[in-house]
Design a protein around this ligand. Structure first.
Ligand SMILES: Nc1ncnc2c1ncn2[C@@H]1O[C@H](COP(=O)(O)OP(=O)(O)OP(=O)(O)O)[C@@H](O)[C@H]1O
Ligand SMILES: [Mg+2]
Length: 357
């Protein structure tokens, strides 16, 4: 919630620095809705960012610069996000206190929940609205997020060296919530799982009636498919990528390829099931009503159908532009449709404005 009676707050450029591709999204407020102003995607070679660690900062910076130039980006203020090992998210219970009081004490409260030295992390928190407002309690739920300083400074430096100004740092999984909120109807009490599967990380974010309920990052994604295909058929990584996307590559037996894809689809399904089961144990057995899947890896052959079969819950591909006006003279509709699954985090970031939290 936020008010601004004079001018609308300045919206940031969303910069999603993924390990498989860098995505840039800029939105503009029009009336009560949004319009897509800029959108660009640049694939990254798989060795530039490995497991969330930037191996070749120079190349990553150059690619961001290219993206900025290609898009003729005027505004330099960006929101970016982090995810994976260096981010710890915990839902904790604390005695009811004001935001200001919590601000004072969060470091001490957080210490016991963070597996890193408290001085090596930046901490932020959100007091969660109770999903059951009837319930009177002297306790409140707090979402605690800690990010390793090292990681923050690594990414901040990259963004700045690319000539941009980082204003907000978010967490991949939470950006999905913002993206969801503007594009989909939120039914009271409905439990929705947002699952984004990128090149190296799968972010799961479960929301109940529009409010945060559970999140987990799992180290699996599209690279796992490409690496397995590469090994199995003795290909270059690039050829393995193309084979994964359904292109005919010499020396690749189609039946064997489909078997590999099926096995990895199964692996992803079992990871999702494991997380959902864990969520249920923490939430008095809430049933997940639907799954919105996104990320480039969600385009893998049969993954969506495999998930809906195994999980017995409707699974649909996420369209982050569902409620965003996209001019089909400014943007090629086929490209937008193709790239939409990769744009969820970028759209979530582009919804952030200076000064909001
Ligand atoms: N048509 C397609 N079929 C199969 N896989 C695809 C397709 N298009 C993209 N991918 C895969 O999607 C992945 C990139 O997706 P995405 O941009 O969502 O990841 P990322 O955000 O860069 O990665 P992460 O969030 O894990 O760091 C790559 O593994 C790529 O091979
Ligand atoms: Mg991603």
């Amino acid at each position: 919630m936020g008010f601004s009676f004079f001018s609308s707050p300045k919206r940031l450029v969303g910069l999603d620095i993924g390990s498989g591709a860098i995505k840039l999204v800029q939105l503009e407020r029009v009336g009560k809705g949004y319009q897509l102003k800029k959108f660009g995607v640049k694939p990254l070679d798989s060795e530039l960012i490995v497991d969330g660690t930037v191996m070749d900062a120079g190349r990553v910076i150059d690619i961001i610069k290219e993206l900025v130039e290609e898009q003729d980006l005027q505004s330099k203020e960006v929101a970016f996000a982090v995810s994976g090992h260096s981010v710890i998210v915990k839902k904790i219970q604390l005695p009811v206190m004001s935001e200001e009081e919590l601000e004072e004490s969060i470091k001490w409260e957080a210490e016991q929940y963070i597996p890193f030295d408290i001085n090596d992390v930046n901490i932020d928190f959100n007091i969660l609205e109770s999903s059951d407002p009837e319930e009177a309690s002297d306790q409140m739920d707090v979402l605690l997020v800690a990010v390793k300083r090292e990681k923050l400074s690594e990414y901040t430096t990259i963004v700045m060296e690319a000539g941009l100004q980082p204003v907000i740092v978010d967490v991949d999984a939470f950006t999905l919530e913002n993206m969801f909120a503007i594009n989909y109807d939120i039914k009271q009490g409905e439990v929705v799982a947002l699952v984004d599967i990128g090149a190296s990380v799968m972010n799961i974010n479960i929301i109940k009636g529009g409010l945060f309920a559970f999140t987990r990052d799992i180290s699996i994604g599209g690279n796992r498919y490409s690496e397995t295909i590469q090994r199995e058929f003795n290909l270059s990584f690039e050829d393995a990528e193309m084979a994964k996307r359904g292109e005919k590559i010499e020396g690749v037996d189609q039946e064997a390829l489909l078997n590999i894809i099926d096995l990895l689809n199964e692996k992803i399904a079992s990871e999702v099931i494991r997380s959902f089961d864990y969520f249920k144990t923490t939430s008095s057995n809430d049933e997940i009503g639907r799954i919105l899947i996104s990320g480039g890896c969600s385009k893998v052959l049969n993954l969506v159908s495999h998930l809906s079969e195994k999980l017995n819950v409707p699974v649909e591909s996420t369209n982050p532009f569902r409620n965003i006006e996209v001019s089909d003279t400014a943007f090629d509709p086929i490209y937008i449709e193709e790239m939409a699954p990769l744009a969820t985090v970028g759209v979530g970031l582009a919804l952030r404005a200076v000064g909001d939290r």
